[in-house]
Ligand binder design. Structure first.
Ligand code: NDP
Ligand code: MG
Length: 382
């Protein structure tokens, strides 16, 4: 029985992780979980999975929840609470599906406690990839990708000569505005942006897909997960989201992982790795029914966020932290209808221009820069 600590249990990846755990209840259980403030969604989860430890966003939510759950369940809150969940003594693995760079400290705590990490929370690697991967190496801990593109790459390098990888190719659907021209983007609304053509996901990542900042974040995530220089990471538009990413080798052989778009596959693979398990939750891919697959170069004039991410990644140091923090604040403001869609990348660009890179930053520096950037962008917005 693999016991799991789950951060972000009420979210899109979190609830799909619980679906996988439910389907394979003879192999997985939930030792501890964390969510933010959605008590209505959390109550049935807590009743069904009976974790020993639960963490919520703040004391107020904890006080509301306390009177509604079994008194035997330990209730904690805040980042400290998430750290306790992530490093719970009776869990074997952390599945980090919380949103944003708030997931960093719990990830580091789980690494220190020797837990295997299943990582959906890409902001953690973008903001502090060098620290996370270094500490994982020192502790002999595996960081298993849950993001579908990185899972595809991970699956495509199993049993291969990793020193012969010549290129990683990350596919992108193009997001909800892929058929619009750049000038048409001035007036798009939050509701339009939330209609993703292929994937059903949380609000923030759906907006990130529309700006394609998601692909930019994923390039940085891939750089850290697979130790690849940015020159060897490419992005490719693929409308159908069937080929989830590809790896090219020195002999020009290309390995790809395919399947219908479903997060259940990469989640389950991370949970069961190195084994593969059956899935009744997912559907088989019939390529004859799909017929055609399309691929197209990413136009960085149309999607400047991708260039911003490459620039920040190549510059390194604290730049990716700034990219991520500015993007988190700007996307939040767009979702609250305080700024226009195209303002998201404008604010990110301004934050990057304003910042002086600190090279090889330690954790404290990263946290300070993350905070400063959030204040800087919030001030611009207001
Ligand atoms: P959601 O917005 O659906 O879920 C976020 C989760 O985080 C919720 O459980 C939320 O709790 C919780 N949360 C938010 N703030 C806090 C906080 N301060 N303290 C504790 N918990 C908090 O996001 P997704 O599931 O879409 O995404 C999660 C991560 O996975 C992101 O990093 C995303 O980039 C990545 N990812 C997502 C994919 C997807 O298909 N959705 C695909 C690949 C990667 P509550 O709602 O109760 O407040
Ligand atoms: Mg992805």
């Amino acid at each position: 029985m693999k016991k799991i600590s789950l951060l972000g249990a009420t979210g899109s990846v979190g609830t799909q992780t619980l679906e996988v755990i439910r389907e394979h209840a003879d192999q997985f259980s939930v030792a501890a979980l964390a969510f933010g403030q959605n008590i209505d969604a959390a109550l049935p989860i807590i009743h069904e999975f009976r974790p020993r430890l639960v963490s919520v966003k703040n004391k107020q939510v904890a006080d509301q929840l306390r009177i509604q759950i079994d008194s035997g369940i330990k209730l904690v809150y805040g980042v400290e609470g998430m750290i306790e969940v992530a490093s719970a003594t009776d869990s074997d693995m952390l599945v980090n599906a919380v949103l944003g760079s708030i997931g960093l400290e719990p990830t580091l705590a789980a690494i220190e406690a020797g837990k295997t990490i299943g990582l959906a929370n890409k902001e953690t690697l973008v903001t502090a990839g060098h620290i996370v991967m270094q500490r994982a190496k020192e502790s002999g801990v595996s960081v298993l990708p849950i993001d579908s593109e990185h899972s595809a790459i991970f699956q495509s390098i199993q049993g291969q000569d990793r020193s012969a990888i010549s290129k990683l190719i990350i596919t992108a659907s193009g997001g909800s505005f892929r058929d619009l021209k750049r000038e048409d983007l001035e007036k798009v609304t939050v509701n339009d942006a939330l209609k993703h053509p292929n994937w059903s996901m949380g609000a923030k990542i759906t907006i990130d897909s529309a700006t394609m900042m998601n692909k930019g974040l994923e390039v940085i995530e891939a750089h850290w997960l697979f130790h690849m220089p940015y020159e060897k990471i490419e992005t490719l538009i693929h409308r159908e989201s069937i080929v989830h990413s590809l790896v090219e080798y020195a002999d020009h052989s290309v390995m790809a992982q395919m399947g219908l778009p479903s997060m259940l596959v990469p989640i389950q693979y991370a949970l069961s790795y190195p084994s593969r398990m059956k899935s009744r939750l997912t559907k088989p891919l019939h390529l004859s029914e799909i017929g055609n697959l399309h691929f197209q170069k990413v136009d960085t004039c149309r999607y400047p966020s991708v260039s911003l991410a490459y620039q920040a990644g190549k510059e390194g140091g604290t730049m990716p932290t700034v990219l991520n923090a500015a993007n988190e604040v700007a996307v939040h403001a767009f979702l609250k209808k305080k700024i226009a869609f195209l303002d998201i990348e404008r604010y990110v660009e301004k934050a990057l221009e304003h910042h002086q890179t600190v090279h090889n930053p330690d954790l404290r520096t990263i946290e300070a820069v993350d905070k400063e950037t959030r204040v800087f962008v919030a001030d611009l917005i207001n």
